[in-house]
Design a protein. Structure first.
Length: 307
């Protein structure tokens, strides 16, 4: 066992440290190679100690949510993947506020809000991410986004050898379309508070059910994917550009431009991360050539994709 593994075992507990963990089991794309180390942080103290150690020793690390917006290279991730454990999944209500731990699944949080008669999270009820991932991405759908309801998020930062927690508003986090300041100033979301509106429980549930049906009708939920592969370019829809380029159903191995929704690249079976990546590049090239528009991936690429 090397020094890094020893230290991870000491800080997180050996039962929480896995070596060469296949990331295909932790990503909704169901593809990708192993993470050199896969560590579950059981408590805030363990997370803080891990981040402090990894930052000060210059080791590479990544905070994983539900893996619903990442693609890990087949060669894997040669750093420490940190997953937040059960202690980060609490959800509670305080009047019109809902406070949720960063590892709480959005789906569960929106159902909790609905059961409390609190409206505002309906848009999130079909997004398969966690609160942490949703704040990081400013997740949104059907006209709603995290920015509209986020009161604050508590963020663990590390700077100049010190770890500290800061409470940041949506404005301070500079939330905009699929963007937060966490992309530039790395920090770990610990929990978030949302301000919601009281409403009739049955009406909230009805809105959630309607959005669920829309998703099922429009999106290829039967296959692995990371949702929309590309961001919406200003003035266009990525799916429409891809469709107009004749790429509906285009494939590379088991990676395929969804027949149902051209904005999704799906894994129809055993697609490798390289096949998914190659198809992404082909789509970008064709759309650029046909329409002069650059498609920027929404999905976050991790590891080395060079041949
Ligand atoms: C079928 C399907 C449908 C989707 N529909 C939508 C949709 O309608 N709208 C939408 O916006 N997205 C959608 N997505 C994409 C995805 O679900 C969102 O981007 C989601 O917010 C990602 O959350 P996650 O927990 O899975 O994050 P991950 O994919 O695990 O990580 C994404 C990023 O968030 C960071 N992150 C995760 N947790 C934390 C934390 N605690 N602190 C700091 N950073 C963190 C990671 O480091 C990474 O950079 C869809 C995906 C799928 C598969």
């Amino acid at each position: 066992m090397n020094k890094l593994e020893e230290e991870l075992n000491r800080l997180a507990g050996s039962e929480n440290v896995r070596v060469n963990e296949p990331m295909a089991s932790h990503c909704t794309f169901r593809a990708g190679g192993p993470a050199a180390y896969f560590v579950t942080a059981d408590t805030r103290d363990a997370l803080t100690a891990l981040v402090r150690f990894l930052e000060s020793s210059g080791e590479k690390y990544f905070i994983l949510g539900n893996g619903s917006n990442i693609l890990v290279s087949d060669k894997g991730y040669d750093g420490v993947m940190i997953r937040l454990g059960k202690a980060f999944e609490d959800i509670s209500r305080d009047g019109g506020r809902l406070i949720a731990g960063s590892a709480a699944p959005l789906v569960r949080v929106s159902v909790y809000a609905s059961d409390c008669g609190l409206s505002g999270l309906e848009f999130a009820s079909g997004i398969p991410g966690t609160i942490g991932g949703a704040v990081y991405m400013n997740a949104g759908a059907y006209g709603g986004e995290i920015k509209q309801i986020l009161e604050y998020a508590d963020i663990l930062y590390h700077k100049d050898g010190h770890s500290f927690v800061q409470r940041k508003s949506a404005e301070e986090l500079d939330l905009s379309y699929r963007h937060s300041s966490l992309k530039e100033y790395a920090g770990t979301v610990l929990e978030a508070s949302f301000v919601l509106k009281e409403d009739d429980k049955a009406l909230i549930k009805q809105r959630m059910d309607e959005l669920k049906i829309k998703r099922q009708e429009k999106q290829p939920l039967e296959y692995g994917s990371a949702g929309s592969t590309f961001k919406r370019p200003e003035g266009y829809f990525a799916g429409k550009l891809i469709e107009d380029s004749g790429l509906r159903g285009a494939s590379c191995g088991d990676a395929c431009v969804s027949e149902k929704h051209c904005g999704f690249i799906v894994n129809k079976g055993k697609a490798s991360a390289s096949e998914i990546y190659r198809l992404m590049c082909e789509v970008q090239e064709k759309v650029r050539a046909d329409h002069g528009v650059s498609l920027e991936p929404e999905v976050i690429l991790l590891g080395n994709f060079a041949d």
